[in-house]
Design a protein around this ligand. Structure first.
Ligand SMILES: [Zn+2]
Length: 168
């Protein structure tokens, strides 16, 4: 078990624990928050050997500014609320696709992507540790980066052009 870091303000976090029924049994979940910084608060999260509530707290503890998440997250730290906007592209085969979901939470924009292109892809939800952006435009710009070349072209048209129809 790693050590619990103090908050940037110097305070030890307040840690609450409770047990809940989850999937196939009873689980203990934890909530970390700073007694001084109102924004420094995590949702209830599970704890595993190397990941979970404690590690997430340590990731945000030393941040000067943090935006508390107000959407719903499951105990694995994956957002279960509805996205604010969804951008979707599918080619004619219906196999290749790119779906970008943008979430608006506590005045910050977050994104997650799901895609398949030719022989590879990835799909994941919005995770609690994902960085946010102060504007929708910035979130979309970042969502169009870090893909392979052809998907980036598609992503740019999908996310950044006014007329999304020109894709089809
Ligand atoms: Zn603090």
């Amino acid at each position: 078990m790693s050590e619990i870091l103090k908050c940037f303000c110097g305070a030890e976090p307040i840690v609450e624990g409770k047990t809940v029924e989850y999937a196939f049994g009873i689980r203990e979940i934890f909530k970390y928050r700073c007694p001084n910084c109102s924004e420094k608060e995590l949702p209830w999260l599970g704890q595993w050997t190397e990941t979970g509530a404690l590690q997430e707290w340590n990731n945000i503890a030393l941040k000067r500014s943090y935006h508390k998440r107000t959407l719903d997250y499951n105990i694995h730290g994956v957002c279960i609320s509805e996205p604010y906007k969804v951008y979707e592209w599918r080619d004619k085969s219906k196999i290749d696709h790119l779906i970008v979901k943008i979430f608006l939470d506590n005045s910050m924009y977050y994104f997650c992507r799901e895609y398949w292109h030719k022989t590879g892809g990835c799909g994941c939800g919005l995770w609690i540790g994902t960085s946010g952006f102060p504007s929708l435009e910035l979130a979309k710009r970042h969502a169009a980066k870090g893909l392979n070349e052809s998907l980036e072209k598609i992503a740019k048209k999908l996310l950044l052009s006014e007329n999304q129809m020109e894709l089809f």
